[in-house]
Design a protein around this ligand. Structure first.
Ligand code: AR6
Length: 164
């Protein structure tokens, strides 16, 4: 059974095997978690992302999918990039948000990772309501088959929503 932790903090500071990035389909960086990961991870992360774009991911990474790169100067071993759905009030995209978690875990396990840190995917620039994202994320990581899952939340409101 996985241990699931909920901490207030900065995901780029985590000492875990895998840090999950709330990326966009370009894989070439952005704001929020993505910006912080690229700033701290340095050129090795961006170079690996550029190589992915030059190869199998020429069209970018699709929403809900996940792909790994080295973590550069971060304390983690790998970054697993996933693209959360943008919140929509008229279309239910919950399955895509669940996919982000399932696919990130799948990639992490394929690397032999024993610990993984998730941010609150889609709840920032992509505007997903926090309580709803928390429910979807918690359900999606249940029975994950990895030793440690840590949600790293950036503010008290998000921490309180994610923590059961
Ligand atoms: N550590 C942990 N959580 C953080 C950090 C951090 N260093 N920085 C922000 N958060 P967001 P999204 C929180 O916007 O909604 C980028 O431009 C933040 O407060 O990073 O999936 C990408 O390139 C919020 O609770 O991700 C995409 O274009 C949560 O992390 C787009 O943003 C997610 O916020 C993705 O948007």
């Amino acid at each position: 059974m996985a241990t699931i932790e909920y901490v207030l903090g900065d995901i780029t500071e985590q000492e875990v095997d895998v840090i999950v990035n709330a990326a966009n389909s370009s894989l070439l960086g952005g704001g929020g978690v993505d910006g912080a990961i690229h700033r701290k991870g340095g050129p090795e992360v961006l170079d690996a992302c550029r190589k992915l774009r030059a190869g199998h991911y020429g069209g970018g990474l699709k929403t809900g999918q996940a792909v790994a790169t080295p973590a550069g100067r971060l304390k983690a071993r790998w970054v697993v990039h996933t693209v959360g759905p943008v919140w929509s009030a008229t279309e239910d995209r919950s399955a895509l948000l669940a996919d982000c978690h399932h696919n990130a875990l799948k990639v992490a396990k394929s690397l032999g990772a024993r610990s993984i840190a998730f941010p609150a995917i889609s709840t920032g620039i992509y505007r997903w309501p926090v309580e709803d994202a928390a429910r979807i994320a918690n359900a999606a990581v249940r029975d994950a088959g990895i030793e440690l899952i840590r949600f790293v939340l950036f503010d008290e409101k998000t921490l309180n929503a994610y923590r059961p």
